[in-house]
Design a protein around this ligand. Structure first.
Ligand code: 6R9
Length: 660
């Protein structure tokens, strides 16, 4: 890791913001940025309260800004009342935005559907009325298991409209993961699609819902609403399953929003932590919405004529904030894409930018890296063959972007004229935290530059003291912010321990990332410091994958580590001890395949180990601790230079070095 930091800190290429962009930017020039940071510094509460009054529509205005009396369970704007769906839809009715296209949906096969704000409002209202007719009320929890679709967004918005707390489960997660989330959230409603269509293939979703029920413990669920994406047969469970079309049939076009307190949970989103099962990150309504709106305006400099495209899935936080809520609350036209970047060919993203005249494009480093490779292999689909001249700002999220991928994105996609906003944030932070502003910062490839005004991000050492410039440490946030995680659903203790640990006397939010500051005060993110892997921008806990492996009847013990990967950022490497003797040859390959399929079933295909190694045992200290740092070195194929004298069984390392 040290060599990685020194190499990025030597980055000397500088890209000042284009003059024309600075002149019209929402936050224009470094002086305005500095003034806003100073305002937040001088009157922190007043700063956020002013923005919350200016950017959110309140049904009942708040009189209290921050309540820190029960820190770290912070509350913002608590006595205010609002509705998030009202802020995304109703607010545009009777304005010029009403007939503007809200969503440009492009299906996997290229079919394009346009939905105006008025039409979206009616669709959300009809579905919300349908849910009400089924007896659903404020405070209940709904699991949404839907592909990228207008209906997925309608489902989330309808829940928000009724004060139903949604928890979207990514379509790539298995029946087991679904069941765990239904149970943990105590969900009473499931909204699912029959299947998803990606890369020309139909991938079933509804069978996973039925399997989740078969696994047991889903008795809290009264109804499963099924949206038909394909024409395939869908077995329906009588009394439990109800078709989407039936739910909306005959329902009124308008639905009075349920006014909720600012702290009412808008959603729970499960994400991986360093230990145990996934954590249900709970977000608020008022504070969350505020930062969704602000970051659209600040980071993306959103203007009325922009066409915004965030390529994330609604199953991840990026899809929540930058597809379902932020763009709609700002009255933007946004592209929503069902498919994958490489179908029917690797020019799909570029073709879509050209077709829809996208002006702001937001994607992940893993997609960029795979498209760089694809463009090399198939020059016809290189971005230079497409008209990308409408682009003005391009963004990156999900993992550190390596400087060379950044340069390619900047030159080949952005034509050298579009600022790259490398946005650092997390499921827990709700919205952008550290990011360049397109009309403010001089960019350095690979750096997410500086915190947004009002975000007290810092890098500290073990004692909680700020590190000097040029040094690395723990990334923390020293003051609460409106869109922060409120708690872990049903586990406040875990919330406090995970994010406000005693190490820093519970004063700082600990992000779980390592970072360093360069001499100009720019932030460089080095990646997770806990046992969390980042594979293609998806967070996976090594513990989760280990538990999944160990639950296989053949497996005695397993240890999982990450290894750097050119394409996916990190790759999962699993070291496995079987109950039977260590397999070799074809046997080993077969069992490895079985274990991969097992992990896909237990967690989802994204968690499948890329590399599996078998040993008679794992390298352990005499006190029985698995030596993960050794395993990380083995996974990388590094020469072991570390001291192995504390190792109980040094010979094991030789076995584990053997790839299959
Ligand atoms: C939004 C999102 C969060 C983790 C985070 C960090 C990594 C995200 C990054 C980045 C470097 C960036 N991460 N953005 N690392 N530069 N611009 O991705 O949320 O899925 O919760 O992941 O992703 O390690 O801690 P989430």
């Amino acid at each position: 890791m040290t060599s990685q930091i020194t190499s990025v800190l030597q980055e000397t290429r500088l890209f000042p913001p284009p003059e024309a962009l600075v002149r019209q930017a929402t936050i224009s020039g470094i002086a305005q940025y500095a003034a806003m940071c100073a305002e937040a510094e001088q009157d922190y509460r007043g700063f956020w309260a002013r923005l919350a009054r200016e950017h959110v529509l309140w049904h009942k205005p708040f009189t209290r800004d921050l309540d820190d009396s029960q820190a770290p369970f912070y509350k913002w704007f608590e006595d205010g009342e609002l509705n998030v769906s009202y802020n995304c839809l109703d607010r545009h009715l009777g304005t010029p935005v009403e007939n503007k296209t809200a969503i440009l949906f492009e299906a996997d096969d290229g079919t394009v559907t346009q939905v105006t704000y008025r039409e979206l409002y009616h669709r959300v209202c009809r579905f919300a009325n349908g849910l009400k007719a089924l007896g659903y009320r404020k405070g209940e929890r709904a699991i949404i298991y839907m592909p990228m679709s207008v209906e997925g967004i309608v489902a989330m918005q309808a829940c928000a409209r009724l004060g139903i707390i949604h928890s979207v489960v990514f379509g790539g997660f298995s029946a087991k993961s679904l069941q765990e989330r239904i149970q943990d959230a105590g969900a009473t409603l499931v909204i699912a699609a029959d299947a998803q269509v990606r890369g020309g293939k139909h991938i079933p979703l509804k069978p996973a819902v039925d399997e989740a029920f078969a696994l047991g413990g889903c008795e809290s669920v009264r109804k499963v609403v099924v949206y038909r994406r394909t024409d395939g047969p869908v077995p329906m469970v009588a009394g439990r399953d109800v078709a989407w079309d039936e739910v909306v049939q005959g329902q009124a076009d308008d639905c009075e929003p349920e006014w909720v307190g600012a702290e009412h949970p808008l959603f729970i989103l499960y994400t991986s932590g360093s230990t145990g099962k996934p954590k249900g990150v709970q977000h608020s309504s008022g504070g969350y919405l505020l930062q969704a709106v602000l970051s659209m305006k600040w980071t993306f400099d959103l203007k009325p004529d922009d066409v915004f495209w965030c390529t994330a899935d609604i199953g991840w936080v990026t899809g929540h904030t930058y597809i379902t809520y932020g763009p709609l609350a700002c009255g933007a036209t946004e592209v929503v894409f069902e498919g994958v970047p490489t179908f029917p060919n690797a020019g799909r993203f570029w073709e879509m930018i050209e077709r829809h005249k996208v002006t702001i494009f937001y994607t992940a480093p893993t997609a960029i890296r795979s498209l760089i490779k694809a463009a090399d292999l198939s020059p016809n689909h290189h971005p230079r063959n497409y008209d990308l001249s409408t682009l003005r700002i391009i963004g990156s999220v999900g993992e550190p972007i390596n400087p060379e991928a950044w340069m390619w994105y900047h030159t080949q996609v952005g034509g050298g004229r579009c600022p790259v906003v490398d946005t650092w944030w997390q499921t827990e932070t709700g919205g952008h935290m550290i990011t360049p502003l397109p009309g403010v910062h001089t960019l350095k490839p690979g750096s997410c530059t500086m915190p947004l005004p009002g975000i007290a991000a810092a890098i500290v050492d073990e004692t909680g003291t700020d590190v000097e410039k040029g040094k690395g440490g723990f990334l923390v946030v020293k003051k609460p912010w409106p869109s922060m995680i409120r708690t872990i659903w049903g586990d406040p203790d875990r919330f406090r321990k995970s994010y406000f640990p005693d190490d820093f006397q519970g004063r700082f939010y600990l992000a779980g990332d390592g970072a360093s500051l360069d001499l100009d005060g720019y932030f460089w993110i080095m990646g997770r410091i806990d046992d969390v892997l980042n594979v293609s921008g998806h967070r996976l806990g090594t513990m989760e994958i280990e538990s999944a492996l160990v639950s296989n009847p053949q497996v005695a013990e397993a240890a999982v580590v990450g290894r750097q990967d050119d394409l996916t950022g990190e790759a999962v490497v699993a070291f496995v001890v079987l109950k039977q003797a260590r397999p070799a040859g074809a046997d080993a390959a077969r069992i490895a395949d079985e274990l991969r399929a097992w992990v896909a079933k237990e967690i989802g295909p994204i968690a499948k180990p890329k590399d599996i190694r078998f040993g008679d045992n794992l390298p352990k200290t005499r006190s029985g601790k698995i030596m993960r740092r050794l395993l990380r070195a083995v996974a990388k194929g590094e020469e072991i230079t570390q001291d192995v004298s504390t190792l109980e069984n040094p010979a094991i390392l030789e076995q584990l070095k053997q790839p299959l």
